[in-house]
Design a protein around this ligand. Structure first.
Ligand SMILES: *[C@@H]1O[C@H](CO)[C@@H](O)[C@H](O)[C@H]1NC(C)=O
Ligand SMILES: *[C@@H]1O[C@H](CO)[C@@H](O)[C@H](O)[C@H]1NC(C)=O
Length: 286
């Protein structure tokens, strides 16, 4: 199993996972922003996973090549998602990924005005402002970036045809749309030189149906109080539409990044259900 994430809070989770699931857990220590910008992290993760899934390496670590899971949460969930998308298009790799486990992954940078972003704009843990600042640091040194994102005017000219792939109004189940009215992002308002805004390596939701249809069994965990919730609900629908087997756990009273807090006493309760769900799913499927 390869697990993808960004910092040491996760050590406990990974140790726990290794013991509980009796798995080899590989953690990719990818290079992070602001020092390393898009797409450095994606290359790091891609290279590490590709290397680890070579037959000789799997044998060396005693890993059963039919029992591989790619996993990650939040930004790491984006990397897990895109690396799985890429891997299935490499013939000698495609049979090796049995499943992907995505914990509230970040999946698109196209539209920042989904219902879940509006509902959870001020957090609690991940606010819209934080997400935009982190996203901009990953993309550019241009200080105007957050301002353009806040107004949903960051997409480059000529990218409108991509909107249907992330259009929440098409893909969200009714109960999550509530009374929100879809408004499309505005294009061509700023310097189109920001790398990646139309790239599936930044927004895995931009993969088209053909690119999604051969994905392996997918586990997606979403939290109600999370600005990213609609990214994931959109992915669930898009995967189901092309016949990918999806197991979706939606947790009503949980917030983004709750799994990270399972180590601290105060948040123990918040993290524990998520961890239990994630681990028991791995136990059953690996
Ligand atoms: C988004 O979806 C709605 C239907 O729910 C449609 O009316 C609208 O044209 C779509 N917009 C884009 C840009 O895909
Ligand atoms: C999907 O994307 C791939 C890769 O960019 C492209 O080759 C293919 O033609 C696209 N398929 C459709 C149906 O748009």
């Amino acid at each position: 199993m390869a697990s993808i994430h960004e910092h040491t809070y996760y050590d406990n989770l990974n140790k726990w996972t290794a013991n509980k699931v009796d798995a080899v857990v590989v953690v990719v220590d990818y290079q992070v922003a602001p020092q390393y910008k898009f797409p450095v992290a994606t290359y790091d993760v891609f290279a590490a996973v590709k290397r680890f899934l070579q037959d000789d390496i799997l044998t060396k670590y005693g890993v059963d090549p039919t029992q591989i899971c790619i996993s990650g949460d939040s930004a790491g969930g984006a990397l897990a998602t895109l690396v799985t998308q890429q891997m299935i298009n490499i013939p000698e790799m495609k049979n090796k990924i049995k499943t992907q486990a995505l914990i509230y992954p970040y999946l698109q940078t196209v539209d920042v005005t989904t219902p879940s972003t509006k509902e959870n704009e001020h957090g609690p843990l991940l606010s819209m402002e934080m997400a935009i600042k982190m996203g901009c640091k990953y993309l550019t040194t241009d200080e105007v970036c957050p301002k353009i994102f806040r107004t949903n005017q960051h997409m480059p000219q000529g990218s409108r045809h991509l909107f249907r792939l992330v259009n929440w109004s098409i893909f969200l189940p009714e109960q999550f749309k509530k009374n929100n009215v879809y408004t499309e992002p505005l294009t061509g308002r700023f310097d189109p030189s920001y790398a990646g805004l139309t790239d599936i390596m930044l927004s895995p939701l931009l993969a088209n149906d053909t690119q999604l249809q051969n994905l392996p069994l997918t586990y997606i965990l979403t939290c109600q109080h999370d600005i990213l919730r609609d990214h994931e609900l959109t992915y669930v629908t898009r995967l189901q539409n092309v016949g990918v087997q999806v197991v979706h756990d939606h947790i009503e009273d949980r917030i983004h990044a709750a799994i990270v807090y399972m180590g601290s006493l105060f948040y123990l309760y918040l993290g524990i259900t998520l961890k239990d769900k994630y681990i028991s799913w791995l136990e059953e499927n690996l």
